[in-house]
Design a protein around this ligand. Structure first.
Ligand code: AMP
Ligand code: ZN
Length: 473
């Protein structure tokens, strides 16, 4: 079955066909490296990681870029706060701190390493090339030393966000990079800076620095040199950022820019977008310091559908931990089980196919996870039935099924931290046997006493069709 993705631009589910057979080229808008990213930002990176892993699972080669916005109002403000006469070198030193922290966070969340991490400051010539083309073709104009894109000249402006163009304030313009749909104006490509500013480049357009939107258009052109398959970001980037990227790139190069636009919904707190400006955010570091496990955060961000809003709560994080422990415990149990028993006859191949099929349907993670938990349940029952024994070939195949799931889930890597949950100390197994014997003899007082001892040791008794076993609480 081919992938089907929801394309923001056409507002349709579309069958996915890469522009070049077997290869998928993706660009994902990355962080502005002026501070530590919050877990709302990481929702969008976990989403692109999911997309990448699913495509690879289906056999595609992926070439993916995630950019670092290392020059804008916020990064400049930060560098100046550190040092009043800061220049580009100091700007780089400042953004390097948060870039390094960002890479550490990506690793903590087990987000795969992408092929390209372009920095805006290293692509100024590619930006100037686009501005040259736009100027030559009459899409760009100068005002007070800055260069602006004239949206009136672009007849297809608005095609991504489907904005109402009657709100256009024609002939007016924005020097800031962010503004909303109610206020559609010409946007800045190149900002003139005062002569004393050291955070600027000297170019044929004068002393200045790029606007935010041109950065992504230029990095995409430089890296991929032509149309790409998929462009991702959070929904807040649809307008104006992505709308403006399309306008610049398509007017400059007169060819399609992006085949499919995919946007993930926001992570919310009490119904509002998690964001720095609202002050309702947690960085990954905050949560890890509080003792939350990175696997739980990864799982929490991954488990819901990317196009559904997701409310962040600590209970949600606990539930995520509980769910991922179920998967890891089952895997550890299979890994450590003895060889023996008979053929378990489980639909291992069907689970594998169903898992991929659900993901091919616009990355339907909730349904893919339902397949995983169905498999976990059946595998646990088979182990209960056979007293933790599997035939040699069943054991290999079941482990390979877990590996297959994990190529997308990316949680088994953390299993070392959870190994203790799968190991039941022998004296507790003896207590369980004694408690079961007491129950069989209808000695309820003794059975309860033994159960309490087990609970006090941090384990709970799980009843199954085949008998009882212990699980760490
Ligand atoms: P920024 O550093 O603000 O440019 O954001 C980097 C990425 O994080 C962009 O793709 C945003 O769309 C995304 N993003 C920001 N806040 C959230 C949120 N609360 N939920 C999901 N994605 C977000
Ligand atoms: Zn971007």
């Amino acid at each position: 079955m081919p992938f089907h993705f929801y394309n923001t631009q056409t507002r349709q589910y579309e069958e996915f066909k890469p522009l070049q057979e077997g290869l998928v080229r993706i660009y994902s808008c990355g962080p502005t490296v002026y501070d530590y990213a919050h877990i709302g930002n990481f929702r969008s990176y976990v989403f692109t990681d999911l997309l990448r892993r699913c495509l690879k699972l289906a056999g595609y080669q992926v070439e993916q870029a995630l950019n670092l916005t290392d020059v804008d109002d916020k990064t400049i403000r930060g560098a100046l706060a550190r040092q009043a006469d800061a220049g580009l070198k100091e700007l780089r030193a400042h953004t390097d701190i948060f870039t390094n922290a960002f890479f550490e966070d990506l690793q903590a969340l087990n987000i795969e390493t992408f092929e390209h991490y372009p920095r805006a400051t290293e692509h100024i010539p590619a930006m100037l090339e686009i501005i040259d083309r736009l100027t030559e073709k009459g899409y760009a104009y100068e005002q007070d030393g800055s260069i602006y894109f004239s949206i009136a000249k672009d007849k297809s402006y608005g095609k991504l966000s489907h904005i109402d163009l009657s709100n256009v304030k024609s002939g007016t313009r924005y020097r800031t990079d962010e503004y909303d749909k109610e206020d559609i104006r010409d946007f800045v490509l190149w900002k003139a800076e005062p002569p004393q500013s050291k955070m600027a480049w000297d170019t044929s357009y004068g002393h200045g620095r790029p606007g935010w939107h041109i950065e992504c258009s230029a990095m995409i052109r430089k890296i991929f040199n032509g149309p790409i398959d998929i462009h991702t970001g959070g929904v807040d980037l649809i307008f104006p950022h992505h709308e403006n990227e399309i306008a610049q790139s398509e007017c400059a190069y007169e060819e399609k820019f992006v085949a499919i636009w995919m946007h993930c919904e926001h992570l919310l707190v009490d119904g509002r977008k998690m964001s720095k400006s609202e002050g309702n955010f947690f960085t990954l570091r905050d949560l890890l310091k509080q003792g939350h496990h990175p696997a739980a955060i990864r799982y929490f961000l991954l488990a819901s559908h990317y196009r559904q809003k997701l409310n962040f709560t600590f209970e949600g994080l606990e539930q995520a931990l509980h769910s991922l422990k179920r998967i890891i415990t089952a895997w550890l149990r299979v890994k450590s089980c003895a060889i023996g028993g008979s053929d378990i006859q489980l639909p291992l191949r069907r689970w594998r196919e169903d898992f991929l099929t659900q993901l091919q349907d616009d990355l339907n993670m909730p349904r893919a996870l339902a397949v995983v938990f169905d498999a976990v349940k059946e595998i646990n029952s088979a182990l209960d039935r056979q007293q933790d024994k599997l035939t040699d070939s069943d054991k290999k195949e079941v482990l390979s099924l877990f590996d297959y799931f994990d190529r997308v889930l990316g949680i088994l890597r953390y299993s070392g931290d959870f190994a203790a949950i799968a190991e039941v100390p022998p004296h507790l197994s003896d207590l369980l046997a004694a408690r079961n014997a007491a129950r069989a003899a209808k000695n309820w007082v003794e059975a309860d006493r033994l159960r309490d001892k087990i609970t006090a040791a941090g384990y709970k008794i799980v009843d199954t069709k085949e008998g009882t076993r212990l699980e760490k609480i």
